[in-house]
Design a protein around this ligand. Structure first.
Ligand SMILES: [Mg+2]
Length: 366
């Protein structure tokens, strides 16, 4: 206790005591003329400052605090005050959800991400990107990462301001313009085909959890059964609007998910608000059940032989949405893929959703 034994401490203590007493006396004199004087005289506890040296213990007096019952009615007032900011926050969200907004909201940041540029990206991938892509993924795997920039990019689907989200909404916006125009100009039963994975549902969590592992159908089916895939931004609004065109315009989910997984797939779509009774689901029944086969099934309808479609009138396919070449055209080799990428229907009847995580574009067509 060096301070207590210091020979200078008593004189410092006396000086401090005198100074504080003088200040306290002046404050007391002033307080007699203030409203607080009456308050103190009513017995409200005050804290008495001591001029004793710092080594002396302060008296431990605990002031009693009485909570009066009177404040209860005052709780009603803050509630409306809190309500105002909530509705203020709701405004931007509803603005994004409004169906007419995506058609008009095409910020400059997206100008480089047109349907044409996505097709060009596919072309470059087919021409040059396969080995580069595979090598880079291997590099990330070697680094011990449990993800890739591609997976992280897709996981930004939860952020409505992300580039991925804006790009998806732009694609569905362009697609809606085409679908609406086709529905007005074409008679008969019409089909709007949407792929599921990475077109209306996002599986980036599955990709992250299984990063570095070899492709495993059992792991994929286990993920489907979890029904936790997220929603591709803009998909729900688009599908709602398509259904609003009337009963002759059909939403057709065409996926290579196994048909026996349909119950889980539909429930996952329902949880994301994207399935409605009356929608058609054409999953894959076997390896040979190509999407081209199922497109013919829809077009033939009751005039064909596929029992999945014979209960329907033949449909005209007015638009296809997908993240893979085979969601749009049947391709068997690299040359055909390159040829299809020059098809004039891109951006008019066929719309690409971005998927940098995987796809036929990383396969080496020979
Ligand atoms: Mg897909």
């Amino acid at each position: 206790m060096k301070l207590k034994n210091s020979p200078r401490l008593p004189s410092l203590g006396r000086i401090a005591t005198v100074a504080i007493c003088l200040c306290f006396a002046r404050a007391q004199a002033r307080s007699q003329a203030t409203p607080q004087a009456a308050y103190r005289s009513a017995g409200v506890p005050t804290i008495a400052f001591s001029a004793a040296p710092v080594t002396q213990s302060l008296p431990l007096t605990t002031p009693r605090i009485t909570i009066a019952p009177a404040p209860i009615p005052t709780f009603a007032a803050p509630v409306p005050a809190f309500a105002a900011p909530v509705s203020a926050f709701a405004a931007p969200v509803s603005a994004f959800a409004a169906p007419h907004v995506p058609n008009k909201f095409r910020p400059a940041i997206l100008e480089s991400h047109t349907q044409t540029s996505l097709v060009e990206q596919w072309k470059r991938s087919l021409e040059y990107g396969v080995l580069l892509k595979q090598n880079r993924w291997q590099g990330w795997s070697d680094s011990g990462s449990s993800s890739t920039p591609e997976i992280e990019w897709m996981e930004s689907h939860v952020d409505p301001e992300s580039e991925y989200s804006r790009l998806c909404r732009q694609t569905f916006s362009l697609g809606w313009d085409a679908v609406e125009a086709a529905a007005r100009s074409q008679a008969g039963e019409l089909a709007v085909i949407v792929d599921i994975d990475e077109t209306v549902l996002v599986n980036s969590r599955f990709q992250r959890e299984n990063y570095g592992n070899p492709s495993d159908p059992a792991a994929w089916e286990a993920w489907i059964k979890r029904m936790e895939a997220g929603a591709v931004p803009g998909a729900k609004d688009f599908l709602d609007k398509v259904r609003g065109l009337g009963p002759r315009v059909h939403v057709v989910f065409m996926s290579d998910r196994p048909e026996e997984m349909n119950a889980y797939t539909i429930e996952n779509l329902r949880r994301q608000g994207m399935f409605s009774n009356g929608d058609i689901v054409l999953s894959r029944t076997e390896a040979a059940d190509s999407k081209e086969h199922r497109r013919r099934c829809l077009s033939s309808g009751s005039t064909g032989t596929d029992p999945r479609c014979t209960n329907w009138e033949p449909m005209t396919i007015i638009a296809k949405f997908g993240d893979s070449l085979r969601d749009h055209f049947e391709i068997h080799d690299r040359g055909a893929a390159m040829e299809m990428l020059d098809d004039p229907r891109w951006g008019k009847e066929d719309f690409i959703l971005p998927n940098p995580m995987y796809g036929q574009w990383i396969k080496d067509y020979k």
